[in-house]
Design a binder for this molecule. Structure first.
Ligand code: NAD
Ligand code: UGA
Length: 469
C-alpha cells in the first residue's frame, strides 16, 4: 500500500488529502500538523474549515485510509510520498519584506524530513512557492540525507475555496513538475499514478520543475488581473453611465476572452492573489526585470484603489461624515461559501470606516466574532504570522459589534454595505430592513447582488459597483 503523508492540515492539505483518500482506497493518507487544535478539529464533527461537501468526504474515509495526526515525525518517516502544504506568507521583516515569500515554515518542514527519513522519498511541493524553491529544498534534503534518495516534485494546487471539493473532483488540470533525470521521471509517474485514479490522463500535465512552480504564480496573476481589469472599468462605468455588468457580458462573449472571472467587486481578497503577485513582483525585481515587476504591481494597486474608492464613496455619499453613524456590514468572508477572512476586502473597508469614526455592526453567516475582532486588530501581512497579535484599542472595541442576523446588523443603521456575495443577501426582506433603518437609508452593494430598481422603489439610496447612479 502506498503511504502518503501531508505536512500542513490547512485549506489545501485537508481537502486535497481527503479527496485523494476517497478516490484511492489502496493508498493510506495521513495529514499531519503542528497545530493541536487543528488536528483535534479534523478528528471531530466540527471540521476546522467550512467547505461545501467536505464533511461528507471526510466522513467516508476518516479512520479507514485517512488519518489526522500531530505525530509529524512518525508519519513522515513512514511515508513514500510526502506532500508539503504549509503556509508560505509574505515576509514581514528583513530582505524582501512586504513582497517576498516567507519560506520559514517550508524550510523547517524540509529540515525535519531530512532528519527523520530512513527510506527514499518523493517530496511534493504543494504550497505555492517562488520559482526555484525546489533547488533550495533539494540542497537542504541532500546535504542532510545520510545517503537517502529524495526526488522533489512541484505539484501546485489550483482549487478555489468555496468550491474546493468540486475543483478537486474535476480539476481543469493537474500539474506535476520534476527533474528531467530518470529518477525525476520515475517520481513523476508515481505521483501521476495517484491522480490517475480519477483524473483523465490528458488532464495531467507534466513539465520541468521551474515551469510548474512558475505556472502557479502565473495562473493566479492572470486571474487577479482579470478582476483588476473589470474593476478598473467599473470606475469608468460610474463616471460615464455605462453598466459594468453589460460591459463585462459583452466583452466576455468574445470566446478569446470568455465570461468567467469578470465580476466587478469591492476588490479581490483571499490568502493567495495578493501574496502570490507580490511574490512574482519580487522575483522579477531580483531577476533584473523592473518593467515586468511594475506591470504586475498595477494589479494590486487597482485592487487597493477599488477598496479605498468604495470607502470614499460611502463617506462622500453620507454627507462627508460617518462619525458615530451605525453602518451595517453584511458579509465579512473574502467570498461566499467559506469562513475564511484572509485578506478579505471587508478588513480594509471596515478599517477605513472605523478611521472615519463610524460604528460598524457586522454579520457573516460563517465568520466568528473572535475572528472578526482579531482581523480588525492585525497589521497588514500579520494575519499569517500568529505571534504578531496586538491588543485592540478601547475606542475600536466600542466601534465594532458582531451580530448573528442581518436584521440585527441593519436595525437603526444609516447604511448597509454588502461585502460578501452570500446567497442569503439576495433574498432578505429589504422592506423590513428599510423600515428599521435611519433615513435616508443607504445601500452600498460591493458585490452587485441586490436588485437596484426594487430597492430604489422601497426608498433606499443605492450605490452598486460600476452601475449608473
Ligand atoms: P493554512 O495556513 O490553512 O495551512 C497551513 C498549515 O501548515 C497550518 O495548519 C500550519 O499549522 C501548518 N504548518 C506550518 N508549518 C508546519 C510544520 N513545520 N509542520 C507541520 N505543520 C506545519 O494554509 P493553506 O491555505 O492551506 O495554504 C497552504 C499553501 O497552499 C500556501 O502556500 C498557499 O499559497 C497554497 N494554496 C492555497 C490555496 C487556498 O485556497 N487556500 C489554494 C492553492 C494553493
Ligand atoms: C484563487 C484561485 O481561483 C485558485 O485557482 C487558486 O488555487 C487559489 O486562489 C490559491 O492559489 O489560493 P480563491 O482565492 O480561493 O482561489 O478564490 P477565487 O474564487 O479565486 O476568489 C478570489 C477573490 O476574487 C475573492 O475575493 C472573490 O470574491 C474575488 N472575485 C472573483 C471577484 O471579485 N470577481 C470575480 O469575477 C471573481
Amino acid at each position: 500500500m502506498v503511504k502518503i503523508c501531508c505536512i500542513g492540515a490547512g485549506y489545501v492539505g485537508g481537502p486535497t488529502m481527503a479527496v485523494i483518500a476517497l478516490k484511492c482506497p489502496d493508498v493510506q493518507v495521513v495529514v499531519v500538523d503542528i497545530s493541536v487544535p487543528r488536528i483535534t478539529a479534523w478528528n471531530s464533527d466540527q471540521l476546522p474549515i467550512y467547505e461545501p461537501g467536505l464533511d461528507d468526504v471526510v466522513k467516508q474515509c476518516r479512520g479507514k485510509n485517512l488519518f489526522f495526526s500531530t505525530d509529524v515525525e512518525k508519519h513522515v518517516s513512514e511515508a513514500d510520498i510526502v506532500f508539503v502544504s504549509v503556509n508560505t506568507p509574505t515576509k514581514t521583516r528583513g530582505l524582501g519584506a512586504g513582497k517576498a515569500a516567507d519560506l520559514t515554515y517550508w524550510e523547517s518542514a524540509a529540515r525535519m524530513i531530512a532528519d527523520v527519513s530512513k527510506s527514499d522519498k518523493i517530496v511534493v511541493e504543494k504550497s505555492t512557492v517562488p520559482v526555484k524553491t525546489a533547488e533550495a529544498i533539494e540542497k537542504i534534503l541532500t546535504h542532510n540525507s545520510k545517503g537517502i534518495n529524495f526526488q522533489i516534485l512541484s505539484n501546485p494546487e489550483f482549487l478555489a475555496e468555496g468550491t474546493a471539493i468540486e475543483d478537486l473532483f474535476k480539476p481543469d488540470r493537474v500539474l506535476i513538475g520534476g527533474r528531467e533525470t530518470a529518477g525525476g521521471q520515475k517520481a513523476i509517474q508515481a505521483l501521476k499514478a495517484v491522480y490517475a485514479h480519477w483524473v483523465p490522463e490528458e488532464n495531467i500535465i507534466t513539465t520541468n520543475l521551474w515551469s510548474a512552480e512558475l505556472s502557479k504564480l502565473a495562473a493566479n496573476a492572470f486571474l487577479a488581473q482579470r478582476i483588476s481589469s473589470v474593476n478598473a472599468m467599473s470606475a469608468l462605468c460610474e463616471a460615464t453611465g455605462a453598466n459594468v455588468s453589460e460591459v463585462a457580458y459583452a466583452v466576455g462573449k468574445d470566446t478569446r476572452i470568455g465570461p468567467k472571472f469578470l465580476n466587478a467587486s469591492v476588490g479581490f481578497g483571499g490568502s493567495c492573489f495578493q501574496k502570490d503577485i507580490l511574490n512574482l513582483v519580487y522575483i522579477c525585481e531580483c531577476n533584473g526585470l523592473p518593467e515586468v515587476a511594475e506591470y504586475w504591481k498595477q494589479v494590486i494597486k487597482i485592487n487597493d484603489y477599488q477598496k479605498s474608492r468604495f470607502v470614499n464613496r460611502v463617506v462622500a455619499s453620507m454627507f462627508n461624515t460617518v462619525s458615530s453613524k451605525k453602518i451595517a456590514i453584511l458579509g465579512f468572508a473574502f467570498k461566499k461559501d467559506t469562513g475564511d477572512t484572509r485578506e478579505t476586502p471587508a478588513i480594509d473597508v471596515c478599517k477605513g470606516l472605523l478611521g472615519d469614526k463610524a460604528c460598524v455592526s457586522i454579520y457573516d453567516p460563517q465568520v466568528t466574532e473572535d475572528q472578526i475582532q482579531r482581523d480588525l486588530t492585525l497589521n497588514k501581512f500579520d494575519w499569517d504570522h500568529p505571534l504578531h497579535l496586538q491588543p485592540m484599542s478601547p475606542t475600536t472595541v466600542k466601534q465594532v459589534a458582531v451580530v448573528w442576523d442581518a436584521y440585527a446588523a441593519t436595525k437603526d443603521a444609516h447604511a448597509v454595505c454588502i461585502l460578501t456575495e452570500w446567497d442569503e443577501f439576495k433574498s432578505l426582506d429589504y422592506q423590513r430592513i428599510y423600515d428599521n433603518m435611519q433615513k435616508p437609508a443607504f445601500i452600498f452593494d460591493g458585490r452587485n447582488v441586490v436588485d437596484i430598481e426594487k430597492l430604489r422603489e422601497i426608498g433606499f439610496i443605492v450605490y452598486s459597483i460600476g452601475k449608473p447612479l
